[in-house]
Ligand binder design. Structure first.
Ligand code: ATP
Ligand code: MG
Length: 418
């Protein structure tokens, strides 16, 4: 009797230490090993045979359940990075604070991580000194590694916290992700305000997944994004550049952009540009047309250079800025290059576009002037130029979008065929 009361008291005062996950057995789901990369399967079995727990985690499980092709397969295990390294000859450890194993196969890397606990509240990313480093460079703090449940619950959204267990081919769900996949909902794990403050990039991940998967963002999470959008300015600019590329290369750039607009995340990302497109519907339509084109290219599996994408999205804005400079006496060529540099360098405090990419965008834009030169040997020389194709794609798209340069466009299309 006494024992019974005592256990009641414990349950009442503390959250349960271990939560039973929902487990979907193999006949109850559609994930087949045939759709998992053979490299990932090898890693999973090797770890299992050595006596470790090993799961596929994150986006791959989500995509497999949705019958989509995962971009990559991430593995989680209770083996430590050192143990993983000893098990695989083709392995290298990366990362300083939390070490990850990259297991290399021909044409594929299987990222393999040890189950990870959440970062304690009082230990922000800046308090590295609280983590001691062992002689092999491994972070020794005991609460860095965690249980499968902790690993699931530190992830961003419920649909990204699912595991696939190689032992019995089951799906393990600690966060309610299976239910949310069915309902098509992006739901933050834990308190959205807290999770978005911890890592503001999660806000743009939410809109990327909503746009890509055609899901809704759960109401509280959506309200939280609207409240916390300005925190995006605190995110590391280099990480933002990576994320921005993912936003526009996901094959659903238009849908993602509409989410960015709706949630007003566009302002903290692209401050001046977002105000500029709001002023005029034609400007806005250009961006939408560009994104539709991007999505068509992605669907056709055409490789599109990130700099062409940046040139296209911001093209009209750059042309507008250049016109202002031309009015004050700068030559068209210099004005175009200066406009690109001015804008993209200014953007770097939020989204750090690499210097080389800025130069390439400036090349695409300044090369537009060369399409007007059809006399003598210049066209042939331009055709051989390494920057021709990107410049041409820009020229073609912008000419069609604005119904201009018809004859010039035909001239260049014919010349390319010769
Ligand atoms: P994609 O298909 O774009 O690769 P993904 O869900 O696999 O989507 P990744 O960036 O590859 O995204 O990350 C892998 C997993 O790591 C995610 O599914 C999620 O569980 C976790 N994760 C990634 N970024 C964060 C973050 N900022 N906060 C918490 N968990 C994250
Ligand atoms: Mg991924």
């Amino acid at each position: 009797m006494e024992g019974f009361c005592f256990s009641l008291l414990i349950d009442f005062q503390f959250p349960p230490l271990f939560m039973e996950p929902v487990v979907l057995k193999r006949p109850e789901h559609n994930v087949s090993r045939r759709n998992i990369s053979s490299a990932a399967i090898k890693v999973l079995y090797r770890l299992k045979d050595e006596g470790y727990t090993s799961y596929i985690a994150g986006g791959a499980v989500r995509d497999l359940l949705l019958d989509r092709h995962p971009k990559d397969f991430d593995v989680v295990t209770n083996a430590t990075p050192e143990q993983i390294r000893k098990m695989f000859r083709n392995c290298r450890l990366i990362g300083r604070r939390f070490r990850l194993a990259h297991i290399l196969f021909r044409g594929e890397i299987i990222e393999t991580a040890t189950f990870r606990a959440p970062v304690p509240e009082d230990e922000t990313i800046h308090s590295e000194k609280k983590f001691s480093t062992g002689k092999d460079g491994m972070v020794m703090r005991d609460n860095v590694f965690g249980t499968p449940e902790e690993d699931a619950l530190r992830r961003d959204f419920t649909i990204n916290a699912l595991f696939y267990n190689i032992v019995d081919f089951s799906i393990i769900d600690y966060a309610g992700g299976l239910e949310d996949l069915k309902k098509k909902i992006i739901r933050v794990i834990g308190d959205p305000d807290k999770r978005f403050t911890e890592d503001p990039v999660r806000m743009i991940r939410a809109v990327r997944f909503a746009g890509t998967l055609g899901f809704e963002i759960e109401e509280q999470a959506y309200q939280s994004i609207c409240r916390n959008k300005d925190k995006l300015e605190l995110a590391a600019p280099s990480r933002m550049y990576e994320e921005v590329q993912k936003l526009f290369f996901c094959g659903h750039a238009k849908a993602v952009f509409q989410w960015l607009e709706k949630s007003d995340l566009l302002h903290p990302m692209f401050h001046d540009f977002s105000h500029w497109i709001e002023e005029d519907k034609i400007r806005h339509d250009w961006v939408i047309q560009t994104l539709e084109q991007m999505d068509r290219w992605r669907k056709a599996n055409l490789p599109v250079h990130p700099t062409l994408l940046f040139a296209l999205i911001f093209g009209e804005y750059h042309e507008f800025l250049a016109k202002e400079l031309i009015k004050s006496g700068t030559s068209p060529h210099d004005a175009t290059r200066e406009a690109v540099h001015q804008h993209l360098q200014g953007m770097c405090k939020n989204v750090r576009v690499p210097k080389q990419a800025i130069y390439q965008v400036a090349d695409i834009m300044s090369n537009q002037l060369r399409f007007e030169q059809t006399k003598g040997r210049r066209p042939q020389r331009f055709l051989q130029h390494k920057g021709f194709l990107d410049a041409f794609l820009y020229f073609k798209l912008s000419s069609k979008a604005h119904n201009r340069n018809k004859e010039l466009l035909t001239y260049w299309i014919d010349l390319r065929k010769k």
